[in-house]
Design a protein around this ligand. Structure first.
Ligand code: PGA
Length: 246
C-alpha cells in the first residue's frame, strides 16, 4: 500500500522568522493521519523547522543538494549537512533547477546516486514544456529524463513527481485524466528501469490548490501532490492535506 504524500515546496519564499511562524501554526492543525505530509523550505529555514517538527509526523525535505559529500563547491549544500539537520526528502531536478540553473540529466543522475549513498529519499521531478506537449512529445521527454536520471539507481524508496512545466505557478493545471495517463506511463517506465514500479509513489504537481486536489487524489495511481504556491499559507495547505473533508 502506497501512503499518499503531500509535500509543500516553498521555493525561494519565507525567511527564518516567517518559517518559524508558519510551522508553529501548522503543527497545531489537525492533519489527516492517512496522509504523509512534508514541508520543503529553503536551506536557511531547515534547521529551525527541523527543531519545531520534532515529535510530530511532519517530514522535512530540501529543495536541492550537491552530489559530493564536501569540498570546493562554492554555494552548494551537501547530503551530509542535510542528514545532520534531519532532512528526509530531497527534490531532485525540479524544472526551475533544470531551467534557470542549467542542471542537466548527467548532474541529476549524480544527485540521485548521492541520495542512494546517504539514505535520503529523492523526489525526482519530470515533466514537459507546453511546446513538447503540443507536439505530442510528452512521453518522449519524460522517458528520456527517467532513463538518464535513474541510470544505475537501485533505490528501494523514491518518489517521482510529474510536473508539467506549463502548469507550474501558472494557475493552469493538467486535467486529472491527463495527469493519470502520464503517471501510468511513469510507473511502467520506472518498473522497467528499477523493477519496483508498484512501490514508487508518483505525485502530481502544478497549480495544485484546495479546490482541485480532490480530483487528482480520486485517480488511481496518483499518490499525492507536490504543492508550490498553495503551500505557503497554513490554512490553504491544511485544506489540501485534509482534502477528504473539503
Ligand atoms: P505550483 O508549483 O504549485 O506553484 O504550481 C509546483 C511546483 O513547482 O512544485
Amino acid at each position: 500500500m502506497r501512503k499518499p504524500l503531500i509535500a509543500g515546496n516553498w521555493k525561494m519564499n519565507m525567511t527564518p522568522t516567517e518559517a518559524k511562524t508558519f510551522i508553529a501554526n501548522f503543527i497545531n492543525q489537525n492533519l489527516d493521519s492517512d496522509i504523509e505530509v512534508a514541508v520543503i523550505p529553503p536551506f536557511v529555514d531547515l534547521e529551525i523547522i527541523s527543531r519545531e517538527i520534532k515529535g510530530t509526523k511532519i517530514k522535512l525535505g530540501a529543495q536541492n543538494m550537491c552530489w559530493e559529500d564536501n569540498g570546493a563547491y562554492t554555494g552548494e549544500i551537501s547530503p551530509l549537512m542535510l542528514k545532520e539537520i534531519g532532512v528526509e526528502y530531497v527534490i531532485i531536478g525540479h524544472s526551475e533547477r533544470r531551467g534557470y540553473f542549467k542542471e542537466d540529466d548527467t548532474m541529476l543522475n549524480l544527485k540521485m546516486k548521492a541520495c542512494q549513498k546517504h539514505g535520503l529519499k529523492p523526489i525526482l521531478c519530470v515533466g514537459e514544456t507546453l511546446e513538447e506537449r503540443e507536439k505530442g512529445m510528452t512521453l518522449d521527454r519524460i522517458g528520456y529524463e527517467l532513463t538518464e536520471d535513474l541510470k544505475d539507481i537501485t533505490l528501494k524508496e523514491l518518489v517521482i513527481a510529474y510536473e508539467p512545466i506549463w502548469a507550474i505557478g501558472t494557475g493552469k493545471n493538467a486535467s486529472p485524466e491527463d495527469a493519470q495517463a502520464v503517471i501510468e506511463y511513469i510507473r511502467k517506465k520506472a518498473d522497467e528501469l528499477l523493477g519496483i514500479g508498484e512501490d514508487i509513489r508518483i505525485l502530481y504537481g502544478g497549480s495544485v490548490k484546495s479546490d482541485n486536489i480532490k480530483g487528482f487524489m480520486a485517480r488511481e495511481g496518483i499518490d499525492g501532490a507536490l504543492v508550490g504556491g498553495a503551500s505557503l499559507k497554513v490554512d490553504e495547505f491544511t485544506r489540501i492535506v485534509n482534502f477528504k473533508e473539503v
